[in-house]
Design a binder for this molecule. Sequence first.
Ligand code: AMP
Ligand code: MN
Ligand code: MN
Ligand code: MN
Length: 252
Amino acid sequence: MKVDLHNHSYFSDGVLSPSQLVGLANEAGCDLFSLTDHDTTGGVVEAQIEADRLGVKLLNGVEISAFWRNMTIHIVGLGVDINNDLLQTGLEYNQKLRKERAEKIALGLWRSGIKDALEKTQSLSKTEVLTRTHFAQMLIREGYCKDMKSVFRRYLTGKKPGGVRVEWKNIDEVINWIHSAGGKAIIAHPFRYQMTHTKIQNMLFDFKDVLGDGLEVVTATSTDEEVKLSNQWSDKYNLLSSSGSDFHGWPN
Ligand code: AMP
Ligand code: MN
Ligand code: MN
Ligand code: MN
């Protein structure tokens, strides 16, 4: 069975429309697919219409930013009822944090001499729920940096001009939003948080302790070693295993 349960459309920081994504999944012979935009389910209705048309099995999804020990991690919610009030209230809260952060990023960039960052970034984004990727694309387009890696390092992290701390809700609360909507809560891309293996396992222990459901065992950038470790850990901490590419449609 071909499964891809982590994908982005232009409702967050992906390049393609939800229908284009479902079209690609269909061409690739994907049996089960999920659209998991950052902090929004805005693209799910369109994805479902295309999935019905093509006969693709679609699981409603979302990728929610959360805090574990004051560090940002991403929790993928799968199989959620997108009309659930608690889930949507939570997502609206995160969207508000994103709007406030976008203004602060723009202010930071302005202080370092980059004018109209918010307007420029908004004008090349199809969504109002801006991610740092949107700012990154603007900065690359304006010639401040040559690629994603350097733009995050030089402008969008830590104490850099557009580095802004966001106070996301803690994992237990985010898991509760997902569970209220009938979904499963999955820790996304465990190796992308700059944590030691011990720390990742502490996170998995805590996640399970607050009733989290699963771990993304395979993502597009996984090494064989990472897949092996994730598999061991999903067994050890009694978590479900998920698989998702984290496809955005831009070149890596
Ligand atoms: P945000 O949730 O708005 O903070 O943006 C996070 C998104 O930015 C992630 O989902 C990635 O798509 C992207 N991202 C984060 N860090 C990097 C990085 N160092 N290089 C490239 N993309 C990154
Ligand atoms: Mn992203
Ligand atoms: Mn993520
Ligand atoms: Mn993602």
